[in-house]
Design a protein around this ligand. Sequence first.
Ligand SMILES: [Zn+2]
Length: 89
Amino acid sequence: MKTTSCTLRLNNAPRCDARTKHNNGLPCRSPAVRGKRRCRIHGGAKGSGAPKGNTNAIKHGCTTSEIKTFKKAVKTALCKADQLQKELG
Ligand SMILES: [Zn+2]
């Protein structure tokens, strides 16, 4: 089979890792849209997805970016406290 540069670029493109029913739950494996993790069918198309800061789907707020940042800061502080406690004995 003859391979062109276009074919090579498509073969080396990052793959969509969306789980699909038609593939028995395995990843889709279609080429992902440039700059995105999904193919054009699974959410990589232009204009798809929620805008930044969209709060339509918030139910309890435990997974917002502010909470994630706060949890990370607390975890880092606890690690530093553990290290300091080990150093002091
Ligand atoms: Zn896909």
